[in-house]
Design a protein around this ligand. Sequence first.
Ligand code: PXL
Length: 284
Amino acid sequence: MKKLKRVAAIHDISGFGKCSLTVALPIISAAGIETAVLPTAVLSTHTGGFTGFTYRDLTDDMASITAHWKSLDIRFDAIYTGFLGSFEQLDLVTLFFETFKTAGNIILVDPVMADNGELYKIFTPEFATGMRKLCEKADIIVPNLTEASLLVGESYHPGPYTNVYIEDMLKKLSALGPKKIVLTGVFFNEEELGAATYDAVTGEIAYTFEKRIPGYYHGTGDVFGSALLAAILNDFTLNEAAAIAVRFTTSAIRKTAEAGTDIRYGVNFEQSIPEFLSDLNLNG
Ligand code: PXL
């Protein structure tokens, strides 16, 4: 039996719509990793396509949760952050990193703020600058191409992309600080969609693709980020972890598309978990 690893997942909890903590907690736990959660806000649904959602901000609790965990001498093998609601939360997450970062653990930042060329409605361009500062402190970042262009201060290019464009972007992102980059939403033609990875220490760049399923499905970035981190903590390399995460996310999207589910309701990752565990060699 391997030692149980532990993640601190810092995201909001959207009660309905399967994203952020309602995705990270089940996926990382299913992969045999303990998941402590620091909820940044409680919403009735996510903000993508629903109107009238409730939003209970938990900013005021974040520093005291950090202090309590520190007093208990809790250690983490990884810290995973996603959707953050304000500048103040960016600062509080920085405090969390300063409190719990060790030489051996991993900080994974998913700079959730934009997609399809647009910032999510609740964010301002200044927030993107704040998110860049947070990314500078990460070991691994997982932006989509819209977030990547905001982070490097370039205008958004809708694709299809070229190797030259993607590799230039990977290197610019790594120049911000993180040694490992996983760029999502990469495609060179309309048939396939996937991710590119870059390890600045080895210089290795790799791609992983699956057949594209048309349509925009909500929460897929969180399914991808959670699966990626779970695979890394199960000792897969960055490229292998990205391939496992692309396969899992695509499988969940395929099931959702086949069922004709409302795209705002999130993807059917639950029924793809057995396949995911088999990819992780965990179903024995
Ligand atoms: O999946 C990203 C996400 C997380 N949390 C909330 C969101 C979104 C994207 O819209 O609204 C509350």
